[in-house]
Design a protein around this ligand. Structure first.
Ligand code: Q9C
Ligand code: ZN
Length: 342
């Protein structure tokens, strides 16, 4: 299987996050992507290709233009105020506040265009975000050109980013942009199968009223886990999109026996939809030793995910999302891909 990867992700560093009342180094480390690429080389999965530059026209079909215009300006607005550390928001327009009027000042804008403080910006962040987007679209092109599957080794990840906001380490929704790109290049129906531990709230929001992109999420129950405010089983799509959004929330402690039942049901729904292509939002934070997650998948379970997806018999784009137990993320992510190929 071919992988697309860019070293430009490394500029997105020095992340901070608020954990249990303390500001600590962020979990979404640069080393994550390096572990995965090292593992690809170690086992000889296939060539690792550099991304081609893509403009943001497809991204603008799933994101708001004002949000896409804002992202590249954050660092300059931040430093213009004499600040040098990681740019982060601290206030948000929740219920009872105006969510329709973007303020002028950077602190207000950061809150307006986010839903949490999980998305710091440093000098190299925009270049990394753009490279991650280019990685996804370049890998989508490989599948379009006839590869049975391709791997977009994206960093930063994307599935928490909605049409007009960042959050959960995500800025541009790489999987959503890729799905839109397939639609614009001949695919009639696209399925997004999100196996990251966290609910892909951004992907759900983007396609919620659409029947041409089926969105299936397997994730920790939002009653217990981040992102808390989306991902319940009764969210099934709206209007034209009714029935095309499927959520499989699962409780803390979920192991392969339970998780694979959800996968099996999801695969049945996916096959019934008969998509031309599948985009897999590949998070491996379901791993038992993941430092921020509470599922119990084992290393030996990850190839079985790939095997099951292969049996769908549909061209597949794998897009890297989460996974934080750095030493094991490479083995687990690449095991899904080798499981697919075997
Ligand atoms: N610091 C992805 O897996 N956790 N994002 C917040 C408080 C946020 C995960 C806990 C987890 C985001 C792509
Ligand atoms: Zn996740």
């Amino acid at each position: 299987m071919k992988t697309v990867f860019s070293p430009r992700h490394r500029g997105h560093a020095d992340q901070l996050e608020l954990v249990a009342g303390a500001i600590v180094p962020g979990y979404e480390l640069t080393s994550r992507a390096e572990y995965v690429s090292a593992r690809i080389k170690a086992i000889g999965l296939g060539p690792i290709l550099a991304p081609e530059e893509h403009d943001l026209t497809t991204a603008a079909r799933v994101h708001r233009q004002d949000y896409l215009d804002f992202l590249p300006t954050i660092w300059d607005r931040w430093t213009a105020e004499g600040r040098s550390g990681t740019a982060l928001p601290f206030t948000w327009p929740t219920r009872g506040l105006r969510g329709d009027v973007p303020p002028e000042f950077i602190d207000g804008l950061l809150g307006y265009y986010s839903f949490d403080a999980g998305c710091g910006i440093v000098e190299g962040s925009w270049d990394a975000i753009k490279s991650s987007h280019d990685v996804a679209l370049t890998a989508a092109g490989l599948v379009q050109d006839g590869e049975r599957a391709a791997f977009a080794l994206c960093r930063p990840p994307g599935h928490h980013a909605g049409a007009g906001f960042m959050g959960g380490y995500c800025y541009i929704n790489n999987a959503a942009v890729a799905a839109q790109w397939f639609r614009d290049n001949g695919a009639k129906r696209v399925s997004i199968l999100d196996v990251d531990y966290h609910h892909g709230n951004g992907t759900q929001e983007i396609f919620y009223s659409r029947a041409d992109v089926q969105v299936i999420n397997l994730h920790a129950d939002p009653m217990q886990e981040y992102p808390y405010f989306l991902g319940h089983a009764n969210e099934r799509g709206a209007g034209e999109g009714e029935g095309y959004n499927l959520n499989y929330p699962m409780r803390f402690g979920t192991d392969w026996a339970r998780w694979s039942q959800s996968l099996e049901d999801a695969c049945g729904k996916l096959v019934a939809y008969n998509p031309d292509v599948v985009v897999v939002s590949l998070g491996v934070d379901t791993f038992e030793k993941d430092p921020i997650s509470k599922f119990r998948l084992k290393t030996e379970d990850f190839p079985k995910i790939g095997e099951r997806i292969a049996r769908l018999g549909v061209p597949t784009l794998f897009v890297m999302e989460g996974g934080y137990a750095v030493a094991e993320i490479g083995v687990n992510a690449v095991s899904v891909l080798t499981g697919f190929e075997d």
